[in-house]
Design a protein around this ligand. Structure first.
Ligand code: UDX
Length: 435
């Protein structure tokens, strides 16, 4: 099938690469010429395992084209995916200006019937908005349909998630369009759900908000566990063993970040408000999430004392492992709090240091976790990169000023650390003294 993908960000690039790899002809459109030139040279705008190989392979096989020419992309395609950014406004409302401009550009280039697919995460009613915008700006009386096909990929496993989604949701206005999208996705051999457009738009927000709620629930339980002397990792294991609850997204820690959960929960709160429903439950999900950095700051304060002049080592800066993305990263929030209290920060992340340097130019960036540990008064693990699992902890302990470790992701075994002489704190587990 001939496909056009508008917007070469996380979702757009992954979608384009996977569809091309399945044998479709894909034209990717973006306004950023430098980004497109880099892509042609094999320089990826994001770090995503496996992406580069697929992009290069499909460029070589001429199934993946990059251009700024919207008219060319639209004219040559049956299906057009809108994958542009939908950032939040101050109020939490979703900023649809990039969607609007994509719709206007499509409108100007419409030469024959097209299926226009919203893949960007957009509030309920955006399908209607795209339809109206195209109708107002099209230059020829050409027909088109607008579909909602939300994306559920996670950063760090975007390729696998796109090849093997738990479900493909197709919110189509009629059967004919639904069948076309089914045909496109058939090669994946995954469960597909055909819905109306509004329901598909809601499925995305309801899913992300529910997952965020699971995390905040675990984090609320974690705070309580510290009070009663329970261990949240054991509690959530016990909860997750119930299949109705499920074990995923119950890891307590310093909170959720990234470009999706915080913005999507805020957006659903905002949408609810505009329909007269005060979604207090989701407001609390965000409040619990905001409380986690202050919560760990209290523990740092208890264990380290006055932070003025103290050296705090930070392991991990990305909002989660296997990505260089620091958007809404809790590690960054934590560092800002620590800096405010007068601490000196040494940090290491396998992928995210370059991007962090742009927002935190004054902290010290280290070449390894061992350098982070040198003379540190405490270390905080903020992102659970696999390479932090099997560090030489004796070496770390010996080079620290005081062996205090705060585990913001419950990544380590407390006994292992206390046996080595660390004072260890885990979120929802409490403080463990050296044995
Ligand atoms: C999320 C959704 O999972 C995905 O379906 C959607 O398309 C986009 O948003 P992503 O933002 O890539 O994906 O990250 P995800 O793996 O979901 O993690 C989000 C945040 O939650 C991270 O900061 C992570 O550290 C945190 N998290 C996740 C927890 O704190 N505890 C958990 O149990 C799981």
């Amino acid at each position: 099938m001939n496909i056009c993908v508008l917007g070469v960000g996380y979702v757009g690039l992954t979608t384009a690469a996977v569809f091309a790899d399945l044998g479709n002809e894909v034209i990717c459109i973006d306004i950023d010429e430098v980004k497109l030139e880099n892509l042609k040279q094999g320089i990826m705008p994001i770090y995503e395992p496996g992406l580069k190989e697929i992009v290069l392979r499909n460029i070589a096989e001429e199934r993946l084209l990059f251009t700024t020419d919207t008219a060319k992309g639209v004219a040559n395609s049956e299906v057009i995916f809108i994958c542009v950014g939908t950032p939040p406004k101050e109020s939490g409302e979703t900023d649809l200006s990039q969607i609007e401009s994509a719709a206007k550009n499509i409108a100007k280039s419409l030469n024959s019937y097209k299926i226009i697919v919203n893949k960007s995460t957009v509030p309920v009613g955006t399908g209607d908005f795209v339809r109206r915008t195209i109708e107002e700006h099209r230059e020829a009386e050409v027909n088109f349909d607008v579909v909602s096909n939300p994306e559920f990929l996670r950063e760090g496993s975007a390729i696998q998630d796109t090849f093997e989604p738990d479900r493909v949701v197709i919110g189509a206005p009629n059967k004919k369009v639904a069948l076309k999208l089914l045909e496109l996705y058939a090669a994946l051999e995954r469960p597909m759900l055909i819905t109306d457009v509004y329901s598909a738009e809601m499925i995305k927000y309801a899913s992300n908000s529910f997952l965020a709620m699971k995390i905040s629930f675990a984090n609320a339980i974690a705070q309580l566990c510290e009070g009663v002397g329970a261990d949240v990792t054991v509690v959530t294991k016990g909860m997750g063993a119930d299949q109705r609850i499920g074990k995923q997204f119950l890891n307590a820690g310093i909170g959720f970040g990234g470009s999706c959960f915080p913005k999507d929960v805020e957006s659903l709160i905002h949408t609810s408000g505009s329909f007269g429903y005060d979604f207090k439950m989701l407001k609390e999900v965000m409040a619990v999430n905001r409380s986690m950095v202050p919560h760990i700051m209290t523990r740092i304060d208890e264990l380290v004392g006055d932070l003025n002049g103290k050296i705090i080592g930070i392991l991990g800066l990305a909002f989660k492992p296997n990505t260089d993305d620091i958007r809404e990263s809790k590690a960054i929030d934590l560092i800002k709090e620590l800096l405010d209290k007068g601490a000196t920060i040494k940090a290491y992340d396998p992928q995210a240091m370059e991007l962090t340097q742009e927002v935190l130019p004054t902290i010290e960036y280290c070449s390894s976790p061992y350098e982070v540990a040198e003379h540190a008064d405490a270390i905080v693990l903020a992102t659970e990169w696999r390479e932090f699992k099997a560090l030489n902890m004796e070496r770390i302990r010996n080079s620290m000023k005081t062996p205090i470790m705060l585990d913001g992701r419950n990544f380590y075994n407390p006994d292992d650390k206390t046996r080595l002489g660390f004072t260890y704190y885990g979120v929802g587990r409490g403080v463990f003294k050296p044995q």
